[in-house]
Ligand binder design. Structure first.
Ligand code: SF4
Length: 100
């Protein structure tokens, strides 16, 4: 599988439910996203944890790791997509939580 950024974006909600303010620093359940790293593709360039240190870390050898369970907070989508777009190995995948 080739990892790549998912270019889909959160759509506008036109249903009857009002959208309330998101949980501070938390993921909106309806728009929750996760990031993954394909360890078989990662070459340890480090761009992910340089660009999005709240989402990615590094192991002892400098390979990228996903922090926690990979859930992207509501205000972290741009960082997740930037990291995925800048991974030279296309090892990062950004997924809607329902697709995980
Ligand atoms: S930018 Fe890509 S190749 Fe580099 S450490 Fe992160 S996941 Fe691995």
């Amino acid at each position: 599988m080739v990892g790549a950024a998912d270019p889909r974006r959160g759509g506008l909600r036109t249903g009857g439910r009002r959208r309330g303010p998101g949980r501070p620093g938390g993921a909106d359940r309806r728009n929750a996203m996760k990031v993954r790293i394909d360890a078989g593709l990662c070459q340890g360039h480090g761009r992910c944890y340089d660009l999005a240190p709240d989402l990615f870390g590094e192991d002892d050898e400098g390979y990228g790791t996903v922090l926690g369970d990979g859930t992207v907070p509501a205000d972290g989508e741009q960082d997740a997509r930037r990291a995925a777009a800048n991974c030279p190995e296309r090892a990062i995948t950004v997924l809607k939580e329902a697709q995980t």
